[in-house]
Design a protein around this ligand. Structure first.
Ligand code: ZN
Length: 326
């Protein structure tokens, strides 16, 4: 990995009075949950003007963001778990660029990737799949089972509860169904929807020249959350990802990685999950019983968190719903 960490000294840029025209607004943009010590993010450079922003843990930020600095503006992938987290990214971005954010891509509708959208002004294009727009517009990122259950555990993270106080999720103001390409200066930024996977609307952001692929939660070097997923189709969607040529993957959670074998590992995991939950369903087990008994520990060699039988109840309930056509 050729990246390096740059972002551990924070706010120096935005406290300077003449940094950028936007900085005056940014300094006063402190939504509930902004009262924390130290930097919210560290930035890892993975290519010329391409960075991953990862949370430091000083405040709950949810997902990573990916940052693409163009000739005149910036594209950010994912907007984090709260207005406060998104505002923190806007402030701390001044460490690596003075250029304004013009594009925000929501890789999918989940709360930890899209609940910072509201801090961006009308001049910012918030881009997502049509499905992502529907889910956010219908309030699903808040009323859906994912947020309703996960917020109970996330509340232990620093600043999470405060960050939810003035939450008013807004949907993308620009959508795609299959593909979109943005040209900025000399850079080509491709957005792809290859099929349903982690949700019904996962968008990949691909830089063909830099050979960098941003995958949201549909491809990580860890087992994914499957509570809104489509396990069978996900395997096929990943097959299409292999057609792209890339060296570096920036996932929605966890550090960048380069080893494409993680695609095969995830496909195997999803196949086994689907088959074994299917067997449990056919055997008449309740979803609760299946969640304790389905055993994917043969994948523990790669996915180190898996140490014995048992899978997430949300994943089993989702699979049961799909199997029953609900
Ligand atoms: Zn997600």
């Amino acid at each position: 990995m050729k990246g390096f960490i740059v972002g551990l000294v924070v706010l120096a840029a935005c406290q300077s009075p003449e940094s950028s025209p936007a900085s005056a607004e940014l300094e006063i943009l402190t939504p509930p949950g902004s009262d924390f010590e130290g930097p919210a993010f560290e930035f890892e450079r993975v290519s010329e003007d391409v960075y991953q922003a990862r949370g430091t843990g000083n405040v709950s930020v949810g997902s990573n963001a990916s940052i693409v600095i163009n000739e005149e503006d910036v594209l950010v992938v994912d907007s984090h778990v709260s207005p406060a987290a998104a505002a923190a990214l806007m402030r701390e971005l001044r460490l690596i660029t003075d250029k304004p954010v013009k594009y925000v891509v929501n890789s999918h509708f989940h709360f930890d990737h899209a609940h910072g959208n509201q801090i961006y002004g009308d001049d910012v294009e918030i881009i997502g799949h049509e499905y992502t727009r529907d889910m956010l517009a219908n309030g699903e990122s808040v009323s859906g089972h994912t947020y309703q259950t996960m917020r109970l555990t996330w509340v232990e993270q620093a600043g999470f509860a405060e960050g939810q106080q003035e939450l008013a999720p807004i949907p993308p103001n620009r959508t795609l169904s299959d593909r979109m390409t943005i040209y900025r200066g000399g850079r080509e930024i491709q957005l792809h929807f290859f099929g349903r996977a982690h949700t019904g609307g996962d968008v990949l952001v691909y830089l063909p020249v830099e050979r960098v692929l941003m995958t949201g939660d549909m491809l990580m070097a860890r087992p994914p959350y499957m509570g809104d997923g489509f396990p069978e189709e996900w395997v096929e969607t990943l097959e299409r990802v292999k057609e792209l040529e890339f060296d570096t993957i920036l996932p929605g959670h966890g550090p960048p990685f380069t080893d494409v074998v993680w695609i095969d590992r995830l496909q195997e995991y999803l196949r086994d999950f689907w088959a074994r939950v299917g067997e449990a369903h056919q055997a008449g087990l309740t979803s609760e019983e299946a969640a304790t008994r389905v055993d994917l520990s043969d994948h523990g060699e790669h996915y180190t968190g898996i140490t014995g039988p048992g899978v997430a109840l949300a994943a089993v309930e989702r699979a049961y719903a799909l199997l029953e056509g609900r």
